[in-house]
Write a protein that binds this ligand. Structure first.
Ligand code: 1PW
Length: 184
């Protein structure tokens, strides 16, 4: 049951949603085959959007790109049951790499989730008050290898306009303790 406190705490909502996906996957016994439903998955991904929003105006484009791609997966959930079926369809129609395909969008969304995970790991590891190094490291690991020069430069510039660690936690309505729980 989600209480009022959790409703106002985006990190807790994210944690509950992904934990539930994890439990669902773990309870499956389909000869090792995994079936992840597009609906619950895309809903969990949508809960991460406020986090991108908290990173400030510099990451507006990152947020818009993430939100648009999650929306596409939410739409896909109306016509396809699982991520596996969704990808199979794209493979069969040879449009995995096509801009705007569900599978390509899924990969972008997955990188967004990876970015958030590494960002919080780095925030904890660094212990500092700035998000610049944690965010730069996370970006370098997750996105930079797939981005051209122009985007990498724009992101590097945006790193100077990030909120501080304290400002981020305040916006997320957290004191910091919970962050440890979420990523472990
Ligand atoms: C979380 C710490 C703060 C750093 C956030 C860094 C996020 C970097 C993502 C920037 C993405 C905005 C520019 C859009 C890039 C698109 O070209 C690209 N999308 C992604 C997520 O790489 C490819 O999208 P496409 O061609 O499949 O529509």
């Amino acid at each position: 049951a989600i209480n009022q406190e959790e409703v106002e705490k985006p990190l807790r909502k994210i944690s509950v949603a992904f934990k539930s996906l994890y439990d669902t996957l773990n309870s499956q016994t389909n000869n090792g085959e995994v079936h992840l439903e597009v609906g619950p998955f895309s809903h969990a991904c949508s809960l991460v959007s406020p986090l991108f929003r908290c990173l400030g105006i510099a990451f507006k484009f990152a947020e818009m790109d993430y939100v648009a791609k999650v929306d596409d997966l939410v739409q896909a959930s109306n016509s396809v049951t699982t991520l596996q079926v969704m990808m199979k369809r794209d493979i069969d129609s040879d449009c995995v790499r096509k801009a705007g395909s569900h599978t390509r969008n899924l990969l972008r969304v997955k990188r967004g989730l990876d970015m958030v995970k590494v960002l919080f790991e780095q925030i904890i590891a660094s212990g500092g008050s700035s998000l610049k190094d944690p965010a730069s490291t996370a970006y370098a690991q997750v996105f930079a290898p797939y981005h051209g020069w122009a985007i990498r430069k724009a992101v590097a510039a945006g790193m100077y306009a990030l909120p501080t660690r304290a400002q981020l936690l305040k916006k997320l309505n957290e004191d910091g303790e919970f962050v440890l729980e979420v990523i472990t």
